[in-house]
Write a protein that binds this ligand. Structure first.
Ligand SMILES: [Ca+2]
Length: 312
């Protein structure tokens, strides 16, 4: 914030010096003129300060107003999305084409709203590595290793993540309990704190990870790396077969995956691990008003409960 009078004082001092030198040359007769000029100088300084302050304050006020409007529009986007989710929840299965399509609405006059809805069941739940009683979930660790391998990332990172979450301090890898949270993750961003997860690795893995939901993978929405991680015998070709099928006809029941070519046996093992319907959604809304942007990220379940809410 600008301190009132500072600019005025600076110019006042400079002009006072000028007037002092002027005073020496013109003698006592000039004293009335000098006083007048001094007054004008002081007044000019005050006016400049005042105008400057008003300019700064109204600019801040305008930014604040735009930020408030953007925040309300982002919240409206969340409410609209929740309503949309209530509608698609009436279906027996989730069609990928209905979610995960970013929608951009330009209202004109500098107002833009972007909405993105994602199925959290399309992702691997990192918290599933550890059971609620603190013991490790061997199947989930094995799945995550497979997912990381598919992404060309060292699969032992799964052990570091398990150590970060589990309540004990016995490291599976050297240093993997160092500063560990020893609790479940609230946000996927927390993965960045784990030794070995730099920005590059985080950017590679985060699109396939979640910390919310029932840890059951939706075969109608999951991407290739998540489908590959579902079973030890799952290959890229089989996962592609699943994607090919759902693009023509989304799966209406988990058991239908056994009808996919090559999935007869694996499909049986997947019962209980897969679903055809989303139960948790991530809603991201981003509103811009005159170049001021506010965004909201939330996770809600199919019963309308909010599990996560972050404004920025
Ligand atoms: Ca631990």
């Amino acid at each position: 914030m600008i301190t009132p009078g500072v600019r005025g004082q600076g110019s006042w001092v400079r002009k006072q010096h000028k007037l002092a030198s002027c005073n020496k040359s013109s003698g006592q007769n000039g004293s009335a003129l000098i006083i007048t000029l001094l007054l004008i100088t002081i007044l000019t300084g005050l006016v400049v300060d005042f105008v400057y302050e008003v300019y700064i304050d109204s600019s801040s006020l305008s930014n604040w107003g735009n930020a408030q409007r953007a925040s309300f529009i982002a919240k409206s986007g969340q409410a609209i999305s929740a309503e949309f989710i209530r509608e698609i929840n009436k279906e027996t299965y989730t069609d990928k084409r209905e979610v995960e399509l970013p929608v951009t609405q330009d209202f004109g006059t500098g107002v833009i709203l972007i909405i993105k809805i994602e199925d959290e069941n399309a992702r691997f739940n990192v918290n599933s590595l550890i059971y609620a009683n603190g013991l490790e979930n061997k199947d989930a660790i094995s799945s995550l290793k497979k997912l990381l391998e598919y992404l060309n990332i060292n699969p032992s990172l799964a052990l570091a993540i398990a150590d970060w979450i589990d309540p004990d301090s016995e490291p599976r890898l050297y240093n993997s309990e160092n500063l560990a949270k020893n609790d479940f993750l609230w946000s996927i961003d927390e993965l960045r704190f784990i030794e070995g997860i730099d920005k590059n690795i985080f950017d590679k893995i985060s699109p396939y990870m979640t910390v919310s939901g029932n840890s059951i993978v939706n075969i109608n929405t999951a991407e290739l790396p998540v489908l590959v991680s579902l079973d030890n015998d799952m290959t890229e070709i089989l996962a592609k077969n699943i994607i090919d099928q759902r693009e023509s006809y989304p799966f209406e029941a988990p058991g239908n995956v056994q009808n996919v070519s090559g999935m007869e046996t694996i499909g049986q093992r997947l019962i209980g691990k897969i679903t055809v319907k989303a139960s948790n959604y991530r809603i991201t809304t981003r509103a811009t008003v005159n170049e001021i942007t506010r965004s909201i990220e939330s996770v809600i379940d199919s019963s309308d409960r909010i599990h996560f809410w972050r404004e920025g």
